[in-house]
Design a protein around this ligand. Structure first.
Ligand SMILES: Cc1ncc(C[n+]2csc(CCOP(=O)(O)OP(=O)(O)O)c2C)c(N)n1
Ligand SMILES: [Mg+2]
Length: 323
Protein backbone atom coordinates (compact mmCIF):
# COMPACT_ATOMS: atom_id res chain seq x y z
CA UNK A 1 0.00 0.00 0.00
CA UNK A 2 1.48 3.36 -0.94
CA UNK A 3 1.41 6.46 1.25
CA UNK A 4 -1.41 8.15 -0.64
CA UNK A 5 -3.68 5.15 -0.27
CA UNK A 6 -2.78 4.75 3.41
CA UNK A 7 -3.73 8.39 3.99
CA UNK A 8 -6.98 7.96 2.10
CA UNK A 9 -7.90 4.88 4.12
CA UNK A 10 -7.16 6.70 7.37
CA UNK A 11 -9.20 9.71 6.21
CA UNK A 12 -12.18 7.51 5.30
CA UNK A 13 -11.99 5.74 8.66
CA UNK A 14 -12.02 9.07 10.48
CA UNK A 15 -14.89 10.21 8.28
CA UNK A 16 -16.76 6.97 8.95
CA UNK A 17 -16.34 7.20 12.74
CA UNK A 18 -17.44 10.85 12.82
CA UNK A 19 -20.33 10.14 10.45
CA UNK A 20 -21.59 7.40 12.77
CA UNK A 21 -21.28 9.60 15.86
CA UNK A 22 -23.28 12.31 14.10
CA UNK A 23 -25.90 9.75 13.02
CA UNK A 24 -26.20 8.56 16.62
CA UNK A 25 -26.71 12.12 17.86
CA UNK A 26 -29.33 12.89 15.23
CA UNK A 27 -31.12 9.63 15.92
CA UNK A 28 -31.40 10.65 19.57
CA UNK A 29 -32.67 14.07 18.51
CA UNK A 30 -35.40 12.43 16.42
CA UNK A 31 -34.08 13.48 13.01
CA UNK A 32 -33.52 9.84 12.04
CA UNK A 33 -36.13 7.18 12.66
CA UNK A 34 -36.46 3.46 12.06
CA UNK A 35 -33.48 1.23 12.63
CA UNK A 36 -29.92 2.45 12.93
CA UNK A 37 -27.00 0.01 13.21
CA UNK A 38 -23.69 1.70 13.87
CA UNK A 39 -20.34 0.50 12.58
CA UNK A 40 -18.16 2.19 15.20
CA UNK A 41 -15.09 0.01 15.89
CA UNK A 42 -15.35 -1.86 12.59
CA UNK A 43 -14.13 0.88 10.24
CA UNK A 44 -10.96 -0.97 9.20
CA UNK A 45 -12.99 -3.64 7.50
CA UNK A 46 -15.63 -1.33 6.04
CA UNK A 47 -13.10 1.03 4.50
CA UNK A 48 -10.20 -1.24 3.56
CA UNK A 49 -12.40 -3.92 1.97
CA UNK A 50 -14.02 -1.30 -0.26
CA UNK A 51 -10.72 0.28 -1.27
CA UNK A 52 -9.23 -3.15 -2.01
CA UNK A 53 -12.19 -4.37 -4.06
CA UNK A 54 -11.92 -1.52 -6.50
CA UNK A 55 -13.89 -2.77 -9.47
CA UNK A 56 -16.73 -5.22 -9.30
CA UNK A 57 -20.11 -5.49 -7.61
CA UNK A 58 -20.62 -5.18 -3.88
CA UNK A 59 -23.46 -6.46 -1.71
CA UNK A 60 -23.21 -5.55 1.95
CA UNK A 61 -24.69 -6.04 5.38
CA UNK A 62 -27.26 -3.65 6.78
CA UNK A 63 -24.47 -2.07 8.92
CA UNK A 64 -23.36 -0.27 5.84
CA UNK A 65 -23.07 3.52 6.07
CA UNK A 66 -19.28 3.53 6.20
CA UNK A 67 -19.01 0.94 3.43
CA UNK A 68 -21.21 3.06 1.16
CA UNK A 69 -19.07 6.14 1.79
CA UNK A 70 -15.82 4.23 1.26
CA UNK A 71 -17.27 2.90 -1.98
CA UNK A 72 -17.44 6.50 -3.18
CA UNK A 73 -21.04 7.44 -2.46
CA UNK A 74 -21.33 11.05 -1.29
CA UNK A 75 -21.70 11.24 2.52
CA UNK A 76 -24.39 13.87 1.94
CA UNK A 77 -26.52 11.35 0.04
CA UNK A 78 -25.95 8.75 2.76
CA UNK A 79 -26.89 11.10 5.62
CA UNK A 80 -29.92 12.38 3.67
CA UNK A 81 -31.05 8.77 3.29
CA UNK A 82 -30.86 8.26 7.05
CA UNK A 83 -32.92 11.43 7.49
CA UNK A 84 -35.49 10.00 5.02
CA UNK A 85 -35.00 12.84 2.55
CA UNK A 86 -35.57 12.78 -1.21
CA UNK A 87 -31.90 13.65 -1.84
CA UNK A 88 -30.86 10.39 -0.17
CA UNK A 89 -29.02 7.72 -2.08
CA UNK A 90 -32.22 5.63 -2.21
CA UNK A 91 -34.39 8.74 -2.56
CA UNK A 92 -35.35 8.58 1.10
CA UNK A 93 -37.24 5.33 0.78
CA UNK A 94 -34.55 2.84 1.77
CA UNK A 95 -33.30 4.17 5.07
CA UNK A 96 -30.20 3.07 6.94
CA UNK A 97 -30.38 -0.58 5.90
CA UNK A 98 -31.03 -0.11 2.19
CA UNK A 99 -28.43 2.18 0.66
CA UNK A 100 -28.47 1.36 -3.03
CA UNK A 101 -26.44 2.94 -5.81
CA UNK A 102 -25.94 0.99 -9.04
CA UNK A 103 -23.68 3.77 -10.40
CA UNK A 104 -21.15 2.71 -7.76
CA UNK A 105 -21.95 -1.00 -8.21
CA UNK A 106 -23.11 -0.96 -4.59
CA UNK A 107 -26.33 -2.80 -3.89
CA UNK A 108 -26.35 -2.20 -0.17
CA UNK A 109 -27.73 -4.11 2.69
CA UNK A 110 -30.91 -5.96 3.44
CA UNK A 111 -33.05 -6.09 6.57
CA UNK A 112 -33.18 -9.85 6.02
CA UNK A 113 -30.03 -11.20 7.65
CA UNK A 114 -27.96 -12.94 4.98
CA UNK A 115 -30.46 -11.88 2.32
CA UNK A 116 -27.80 -10.39 0.08
CA UNK A 117 -25.81 -13.64 -0.13
CA UNK A 118 -28.00 -15.41 -2.72
CA UNK A 119 -28.38 -12.08 -4.59
CA UNK A 120 -24.59 -11.97 -4.91
CA UNK A 121 -24.49 -15.56 -6.22
CA UNK A 122 -26.96 -14.58 -8.94
CA UNK A 123 -24.94 -11.47 -9.75
CA UNK A 124 -21.70 -13.48 -10.00
CA UNK A 125 -23.41 -15.91 -12.36
CA UNK A 126 -24.75 -13.01 -14.45
CA UNK A 127 -21.35 -11.29 -14.63
CA UNK A 128 -19.63 -14.42 -15.84
CA UNK A 129 -22.38 -14.90 -18.43
CA UNK A 130 -21.78 -11.31 -19.57
CA UNK A 131 -18.01 -11.88 -19.75
CA UNK A 132 -17.29 -9.30 -17.02
CA UNK A 133 -14.58 -10.68 -14.76
CA UNK A 134 -14.13 -8.00 -12.07
CA UNK A 135 -15.75 -10.25 -9.50
CA UNK A 136 -18.48 -9.83 -6.90
CA UNK A 137 -18.06 -9.34 -3.14
CA UNK A 138 -20.70 -10.03 -0.52
CA UNK A 139 -20.22 -8.94 3.09
CA UNK A 140 -22.24 -10.51 5.89
CA UNK A 141 -22.03 -11.02 9.64
CA UNK A 142 -21.16 -14.10 11.67
CA UNK A 143 -24.86 -14.49 12.51
CA UNK A 144 -25.77 -14.72 8.83
CA UNK A 145 -23.68 -17.88 8.44
CA UNK A 146 -26.29 -19.84 10.41
CA UNK A 147 -28.95 -19.31 7.75
CA UNK A 148 -29.82 -21.95 5.18
CA UNK A 149 -29.36 -19.59 2.22
CA UNK A 150 -25.72 -19.13 3.24
CA UNK A 151 -24.99 -22.87 2.88
CA UNK A 152 -26.95 -23.10 -0.37
CA UNK A 153 -24.92 -20.19 -1.69
CA UNK A 154 -21.60 -21.76 -0.71
CA UNK A 155 -22.68 -24.93 -2.47
CA UNK A 156 -23.77 -23.47 -5.78
CA UNK A 157 -21.00 -20.84 -5.93
CA UNK A 158 -18.49 -23.63 -5.46
CA UNK A 159 -20.15 -26.08 -7.86
CA UNK A 160 -20.27 -23.43 -10.59
CA UNK A 161 -16.88 -21.90 -9.68
CA UNK A 162 -18.40 -18.43 -9.55
CA UNK A 163 -16.22 -15.28 -9.19
CA UNK A 164 -17.54 -14.51 -5.72
CA UNK A 165 -15.73 -13.27 -2.62
CA UNK A 166 -17.55 -14.15 0.58
CA UNK A 167 -16.42 -11.68 3.26
CA UNK A 168 -17.56 -12.57 6.76
CA UNK A 169 -17.43 -9.79 9.33
CA UNK A 170 -17.14 -11.80 12.53
CA UNK A 171 -17.79 -9.50 15.48
CA UNK A 172 -18.81 -12.56 17.52
CA UNK A 173 -22.34 -11.37 18.11
CA UNK A 174 -25.71 -11.59 16.42
CA UNK A 175 -27.59 -8.97 18.43
CA UNK A 176 -26.94 -10.33 21.97
CA UNK A 177 -26.18 -13.93 21.00
CA UNK A 178 -22.53 -14.89 21.15
CA UNK A 179 -21.68 -16.91 18.06
CA UNK A 180 -20.34 -19.93 19.95
CA UNK A 181 -23.74 -20.40 21.62
CA UNK A 182 -25.32 -21.12 18.24
CA UNK A 183 -22.40 -22.41 16.17
CA UNK A 184 -19.92 -25.16 17.13
CA UNK A 185 -16.86 -22.93 16.65
CA UNK A 186 -15.79 -19.30 16.61
CA UNK A 187 -14.28 -19.34 13.12
CA UNK A 188 -17.11 -19.34 10.61
CA UNK A 189 -14.63 -19.98 7.79
CA UNK A 190 -14.76 -23.61 8.90
CA UNK A 191 -18.26 -23.78 7.43
CA UNK A 192 -16.92 -22.73 4.04
CA UNK A 193 -13.72 -24.82 4.08
CA UNK A 194 -15.21 -27.92 2.37
CA UNK A 195 -16.27 -25.73 -0.55
CA UNK A 196 -13.52 -23.21 -1.21
CA UNK A 197 -10.21 -21.73 -0.01
CA UNK A 198 -10.56 -19.72 3.21
CA UNK A 199 -8.48 -16.92 4.72
CA UNK A 200 -8.62 -15.44 8.21
CA UNK A 201 -7.54 -11.88 8.92
CA UNK A 202 -7.46 -9.38 11.79
CA UNK A 203 -10.40 -7.15 10.93
CA UNK A 204 -9.12 -4.37 13.22
CA UNK A 205 -6.05 -3.95 11.00
CA UNK A 206 -6.88 -1.96 7.86
CA UNK A 207 -3.64 -2.86 6.08
CA UNK A 208 -4.17 -6.59 6.66
CA UNK A 209 -7.78 -6.39 5.48
CA UNK A 210 -6.74 -4.48 2.39
CA UNK A 211 -4.12 -7.06 1.47
CA UNK A 212 -6.39 -10.05 2.12
CA UNK A 213 -9.28 -8.65 0.08
CA UNK A 214 -7.05 -7.54 -2.77
CA UNK A 215 -5.39 -10.92 -3.01
CA UNK A 216 -8.79 -12.65 -2.83
CA UNK A 217 -10.18 -10.49 -5.63
CA UNK A 218 -7.21 -11.36 -7.82
CA UNK A 219 -7.84 -15.05 -7.14
CA UNK A 220 -11.48 -14.93 -8.16
CA UNK A 221 -10.57 -12.90 -11.24
CA UNK A 222 -8.27 -15.73 -12.32
CA UNK A 223 -11.35 -17.92 -12.63
CA UNK A 224 -10.51 -20.23 -9.73
CA UNK A 225 -13.97 -20.00 -8.23
CA UNK A 226 -15.13 -18.45 -4.96
CA UNK A 227 -13.06 -17.64 -1.90
CA UNK A 228 -14.02 -16.99 1.71
CA UNK A 229 -12.33 -14.29 3.81
CA UNK A 230 -13.16 -13.98 7.50
CA UNK A 231 -12.25 -10.78 9.35
CA UNK A 232 -12.53 -10.64 13.14
CA UNK A 233 -13.84 -7.31 14.34
CA UNK A 234 -15.40 -5.70 17.34
CA UNK A 235 -18.40 -3.38 17.39
CA UNK A 236 -18.29 -0.78 20.13
CA UNK A 237 -21.96 0.16 20.18
CA UNK A 238 -25.01 -1.98 20.82
CA UNK A 239 -26.46 -3.98 17.94
CA UNK A 240 -28.76 -1.08 17.06
CA UNK A 241 -29.89 2.07 18.83
CA UNK A 242 -32.37 0.03 20.89
CA UNK A 243 -29.68 -2.21 22.41
CA UNK A 244 -27.73 -1.11 25.48
CA UNK A 245 -25.27 -3.98 24.95
CA UNK A 246 -25.57 -5.26 28.52
CA UNK A 247 -24.57 -8.81 27.47
CA UNK A 248 -20.90 -7.75 27.18
CA UNK A 249 -18.77 -7.11 30.24
CA UNK A 250 -16.79 -3.87 30.77
CA UNK A 251 -13.59 -5.99 30.60
CA UNK A 252 -14.58 -7.39 27.22
CA UNK A 253 -15.30 -3.91 25.93
CA UNK A 254 -11.99 -2.62 27.26
CA UNK A 255 -10.06 -5.30 25.35
CA UNK A 256 -12.17 -4.50 22.31
CA UNK A 257 -11.43 -0.77 22.43
CA UNK A 258 -7.73 -1.31 23.06
CA UNK A 259 -7.52 -2.61 19.46
CA UNK A 260 -9.03 0.53 17.99
CA UNK A 261 -8.57 0.38 14.21
CA UNK A 262 -8.29 4.13 13.74
CA UNK A 263 -5.59 4.52 16.37
CA UNK A 264 -3.77 1.62 14.76
CA UNK A 265 -3.92 3.19 11.29
CA UNK A 266 -2.77 6.50 12.73
CA UNK A 267 0.29 4.75 14.17
CA UNK A 268 0.92 3.09 10.79
CA UNK A 269 0.80 6.49 9.09
CA UNK A 270 3.32 7.96 11.49
CA UNK A 271 5.70 5.01 11.81
CA UNK A 272 5.60 3.38 8.38
CA UNK A 273 4.87 6.37 6.13
CA UNK A 274 6.38 9.23 8.12
CA UNK A 275 3.19 11.31 8.09
CA UNK A 276 3.45 14.10 10.64
CA UNK A 277 0.95 15.01 13.34
CA UNK A 278 -0.05 18.28 11.64
CA UNK A 279 -1.14 16.49 8.46
CA UNK A 280 -3.06 13.91 10.48
CA UNK A 281 -4.93 16.78 12.13
CA UNK A 282 -5.68 18.25 8.70
CA UNK A 283 -7.23 14.94 7.64
CA UNK A 284 -9.29 14.83 10.83
CA UNK A 285 -10.60 18.35 10.24
CA UNK A 286 -11.42 17.54 6.63
CA UNK A 287 -13.36 14.48 7.79
CA UNK A 288 -15.31 16.49 10.36
CA UNK A 289 -16.15 19.17 7.77
CA UNK A 290 -17.48 16.51 5.39
CA UNK A 291 -19.72 15.17 8.17
CA UNK A 292 -20.96 18.64 9.16
CA UNK A 293 -21.77 19.37 5.53
CA UNK A 294 -23.59 16.05 5.21
CA UNK A 295 -25.74 16.80 8.26
CA UNK A 296 -26.57 20.33 7.05
CA UNK A 297 -27.47 18.98 3.60
CA UNK A 298 -29.69 16.27 5.08
CA UNK A 299 -31.44 18.70 7.42
CA UNK A 300 -32.16 21.21 4.64
CA UNK A 301 -33.31 18.65 2.06
CA UNK A 302 -37.02 18.12 1.43
CA UNK A 303 -38.91 14.94 2.22
CA UNK A 304 -40.00 12.77 -0.72
CA UNK A 305 -43.19 14.09 -2.35
CA UNK A 306 -46.39 12.15 -1.76
CA UNK A 307 -46.39 10.77 -5.34
CA UNK A 308 -43.18 8.90 -4.48
CA UNK A 309 -45.10 6.72 -2.04
CA UNK A 310 -46.22 4.29 -4.73
CA UNK A 311 -43.36 4.85 -7.21
CA UNK A 312 -40.98 1.97 -7.98
CA UNK A 313 -43.00 -0.60 -6.08
CA UNK A 314 -43.49 -2.76 -9.15
CA UNK A 315 -41.21 -3.17 -12.13
CA UNK A 316 -42.82 -1.76 -15.27
CA UNK A 317 -40.72 -3.75 -17.71
CA UNK A 318 -41.07 -7.05 -15.88
CA UNK A 319 -44.52 -7.99 -17.17
CA UNK A 320 -43.14 -10.39 -19.77
CA UNK A 321 -40.36 -11.73 -17.59
CA UNK A 322 -42.33 -12.75 -14.53
CA UNK A 323 -45.21 -15.06 -15.42
C1 LIG B 1 -33.73 -13.74 8.45
C2 LIG B 1 -33.62 -12.86 9.68
N1 LIG B 1 -33.58 -13.44 10.89
C3 LIG B 1 -33.49 -12.68 12.01
C4 LIG B 1 -33.43 -11.30 11.92
C5 LIG B 1 -33.28 -10.45 13.18
N2 LIG B 1 -31.90 -9.97 13.25
C6 LIG B 1 -31.58 -8.72 12.85
S1 LIG B 1 -29.96 -8.45 12.96
C7 LIG B 1 -29.63 -9.97 13.57
C8 LIG B 1 -28.23 -10.38 13.93
C9 LIG B 1 -27.31 -10.53 12.79
O1 LIG B 1 -25.99 -10.70 13.25
P1 LIG B 1 -24.76 -10.69 12.30
O2 LIG B 1 -25.11 -11.37 11.02
O3 LIG B 1 -23.63 -11.25 13.06
O4 LIG B 1 -24.52 -9.16 11.96
P2 LIG B 1 -24.05 -7.97 12.91
O5 LIG B 1 -25.27 -7.32 13.45
O6 LIG B 1 -23.17 -8.53 13.95
O7 LIG B 1 -23.33 -6.99 12.01
C10 LIG B 1 -30.82 -10.70 13.68
C11 LIG B 1 -30.89 -12.08 14.20
C12 LIG B 1 -33.50 -10.73 10.63
N3 LIG B 1 -33.45 -9.41 10.44
N4 LIG B 1 -33.56 -11.52 9.52
MG1 LIG C 1 -22.15 -10.29 14.15
Amino acid sequence: MNKLLAEEIYYLMELGRRFELAAKEHYMQGDISGFLHLDIGQEALSVAAMKAFEKGDVFSTYREHVMAIARGIDPKAVMAELFGKVTGVSRGKGGSMHLFDPSHFFYGGDAIVGGRIPNAVGCAYARRYQGIDDGVMVIFGDGATNGGAFFESLNIASAWRLPLLFLCENNRYAIGTEITRVAPFLEQAKKAAPFMPTVEVDGMDAVAVYEAVREAQQQIQRGHGPIFVEAFTCRYEGHSMSDAGSYRSPQEMQICRSKDPIERMKRELAERYGVDEAYIETLQKRAQNAVDEAVAFAAESPEPPLEELYADLFCKECANVVS
